[in-house]
Design a protein around this ligand. Structure first.
Ligand code: HEC
Length: 164
């Protein structure tokens, strides 16, 4: 009897630990996993993270006077490659956790498409500017800052409306 109740007590301590561990995992991950077929939300988030990864270093180069023509150009090429990637994952019925999109996105698809097209055009202009950047670094930075700004503005403008 006593042994039985002791093992019960051990069990409950154990399950308390596993509960705590599970809670810890949830906090540590901080994210709900996308378990739907095709994982559209996880895919679009991953493509945006890849976009950020090519976009952010360009901003750093321009702001911190660490401009390197070749790596800058490589980042613009990568961004140009990625510019069309997220949109196919915004299909119908894809507004579920862990999505950070606003409901508004599905209520006004035309405006969302405009924001998307503005972004794509701005990325193409930035790519062109990098391909044709002046040799002289200071001049190049001037030109590239002017081409970088509209891309940054388009991320911001779309996020303001459509990202939580
Ligand atoms: C046309 C709209 C639009 C444009 C342009 C846009 N984004 Fe987003 N972005 C979104 C939306 C919507 C989400 C939320 C996606 C979701 O979770 O459903 C998002 C999410 C993100 C995320 C979070 C991904 C994650 O892990 O949850 C990052 C990072 C991001 N965008 C970076 C950028 C950067 C950098 C740019 C510009 C270079 C950009 N986005 C341009 C609409 C846009």
């Amino acid at each position: 009897m006593c042994a039985f109740s002791r093992s019960l007590r051990i069990m409950s301590v154990k399950s308390l630990f596993s509960l705590l561990f599970f809670a810890f995992l949830l906090v540590a991950c901080g994210e709900v996993e996308d378990t739907r077929p095709g994982k559209p939300v996880a895919h679009r988030q991953a493509t945006f993270r890849a976009i950020l990864k090519s976009f952010e270093p360009m901003g750093i180069q321009l702001r911190e006077e660490t401009y390197k023509a070749e790596t800058f150009r490589q980042h613009t090429e990568k961004l140009a490659e990625l510019k069309d990637a997220p949109w196919e994952y915004f299909g119908a019925e894809t507004q579920y956790p862990p999505s950070k999109s606003t409901d508004r996105l599905w209520q006004e698809p035309e405006i969302f498409a405009d924001e998307r097209d503005k972004f794509i055009r701005a990325v193409k202009d930035l790519q062109f500017a990098a391909q044709n950047a002046p040799e002289e670094a200071e001049q190049a930075v001037e030109t590239l800052k002017a081409a970088y700004a509209p891309v940054e503005a388009s991320c911001r403008s779309c996020h303001k409306r459509y990202k939580r």
